[in-house]
Design a protein around this ligand. Structure first.
Ligand SMILES: O=C(O)CCC(=O)C(=O)O
Ligand SMILES: [Fe+2]
Length: 268
């Protein structure tokens, strides 16, 4: 993993709210991670969250045809864990985000099926059980992500204006612009990535992905990171077992190392 970054890359990430890194994985790493992700997705069967308490079947809905979504593969696969919880990656995302440490919020495999629907414009952080201006996700292309098969698109700078209001990833891909009408006139920047390249985005940067107009899958492995010191905002989330959700009060520190492992901290 190409986890070394320059101050120019940090400045670009801070300015735009996203950054792409070409050849983030070597060809050997692409093969290793892709095989591990495919195997873990297979083992999950119809479960959406590993270790989760609810089976969450989408059936043949619009959303199920946006992507196959499997969360927290790190819990059931040592290879995925080695990549997604890597301290070097933790240091990299902490540097980009400008924070002292990072916990894993959740990983997720996102596989857009052949002829898959577009991913509507949205923000990530408002779905989660903490609010932060510095949450960050990595999105690694395990197959080429192109303008034809549903690569990501970002709206530069929106992370600086966003609040925690959001739109669901639904059939009207522009619903987010009802919430943030000032963004409706902005131009989006596509981020096509060769297999092994990666993008990083702030959890408050507006983003979406195109339709898959090919008969092949578009496979990505992603992971969302929560800045160390984040606190519970009262929101339920499928990765939180009921037992944990019920034990939390708004304002509690999210510091359970089993639930959200600390992968990097300047302090330690
Ligand atoms: O892969 C996609 O289509 C969407 C990805 C996304 O929204 C994310 O990684 O936050
Ligand atoms: Fe997203």
């Amino acid at each position: 993993m190409k986890t070394q970054i320059t101050s120019e890359q940090i400045a670009e990430y801070q300015r735009n709210g996203f950054l792409t890194v070409t050849d983030f994985l070597s060809s050997g790493e692409i093969e290793e991670l892709k095989t591990a992700v495919a195997g873990a997705v297979d083992r999950m069967g119809s479960k959406k969250v590993s270790g989760g308490e609810v089976d969450w079947e989408d059936g043949d809905t619009y959303y199920s045809r946006v992507f196959t979504q499997k969360l927290n593969l790190w819990r059931i696969d040592e290879t995925v864990k080695r990549y997604m919880l890597s301290p070097e990656l933790g240091r990299m995302v902490s540097s980009l985000a400008g924070v002292k440490g990072m916990r894993v919020w959740h990983d997720q495999a996102l596989i857009k099926p052949p002829w898959g629907n577009p991913t509507g414009w949205h923000l990530d952080n408002p779905y989660w059980s903490f609010h932060s201006k510095n949450s960050i996700s990595i999105w690694i292309a395990l197959e080429d992500a192109t303008l034809n098969n549903g690569c990501l698109y970002f709206m530069p700078g929106t992370h600086k204006q966003a609040g925690f209001d959001n739109a669901p990833i639904g059939e009207n891909i522009g619903d987010l612009f009802k919430v943030y009408p000032e963004w409706a006139k902005l131009e989006a920047v596509p981020a096509p990535l060769k297999a092994g390249s990666a993008s990083f985005h702030n959890g408050l940067t507006a983003h979406g992905a195109g339709a898959n107009m090919t008969p092949r899958t578009r496979m990505a492995m992603t992971c969302a990171y929560m800045p160390e010191g984040s606190t519970f905002n009262g929101q339920q989330n499928p990765i939180l077992p009921d037992r944990i959700f019920k034990s939390l009060k708004v304002g509690d520190l999210l510091d359970d190392d089993d639930q959200y492992p600390l992968i990097y901290s300047e302090k330690s």
